[in-house]
Design a protein around this ligand. Structure first.
Ligand SMILES: Nc1nc2c(ncn2[C@@H]2O[C@H](COP(=O)(O)OP(=O)(O)OP(=O)(O)O)[C@@H](O)[C@H]2O)c(=O)[nH]1
Ligand SMILES: [Mg+2]
Length: 197
């Protein structure tokens, strides 16, 4: 089970809250510096990845090296990845995306979700994190924008795979946890936690 996302999106915070692992979290982008594996129950391993994109205090070369490592990891382990959870900061999604598009780039989150779908042959779960940082209107707009950009005729209903959450307040984490649980059980894995459904 692998967690992906841009630096500072809250990957490690969500792992901590949902799975209960004592992983490092930090205020600045670039806290998790290497692909970190944590054995869970059965033959399930949880993988926390460094952020995909700009990290504070790291060179362009280092950031590109990390990006290559993540892509290589996902491609070579594709067959044995039970589940991918992509974490994004939904509170700034539209703003960040517009800024990138003005410069001619596409959203790293959109690119990453597409890459995961193609590589793993399955749409990932998406944790739209930091909902506590946006008001209701902003949140709805950003979620709609994200789903609209992702929705490119996938055979799944994209919206059903997107979970608005806050690792800070705990809001929405129950639903995300249940979805992770269900996906793992469906694939015959022992789940890492007890869930009351
Ligand atoms: N307000 C708010 N802050 C959050 C939330 N989730 C995480 N944070 C904060 O965001 C910062 C980054 O969290 P991390 O969990 O370290 O993020 P990460 O994606 O693992 O970051 P890297 O390891 O640097 O790639 C920390 O200061 C967290 O406390 C959230 O839901 N709401
Ligand atoms: Mg981290």
């Amino acid at each position: 089970m692998v967690f992906t996302g841009r630096p500072n999106a809250g990957k490690s915070s969500i792992i901590r809250e949902v799975v209960g692992l004592d992983v490092a979290i930090g205020k600045r982008p670039g806290t998790t510096r290497r692909i970190s594996k944590y054995p869970l129950s059965g033959d399930l391993v949880l993988v926390d990845t460094p952020g995909f994109g700009r990290m504070i205090g790291a060179s362009k070369r280092f950031q590109n090296k990390k990006k290559d490592q993540i892509i290589k990891f996902l491609t070579s382990y594709a067959q044995s990845i039970a589940l991918a959870v992509h974490v994004l900061d939904i509170s700034t999604f539209s703003e960040v995306t517009w800024r990138l598009e003005k410069k001619g780039f596409i959203s790293v989150d959109v690119e990453m979700v597409q890459f995961l779908t193609e590589t793993l042959g399955e749409f990932p779960l998406v944790a739209a994190n930091k909902i506590d940082k946006a008001n209701r209107e902003e949140l709805e707009g950003n979620l709609e924008e994200f789903i609209h950009r992702i929705d490119k005729g996938y055979p799944v209903s994209v919206g059903e795979h997107v979970f608005p959450v806050s690792a800070k307040t705990g809001s929405g984490l129950g639903a995300l946890k249940s979805a992770i649980h269900e996906m793992l059980v469906a694939k015959g894995y022992k789940t890492p936690f007890k869930v009351s459904l």
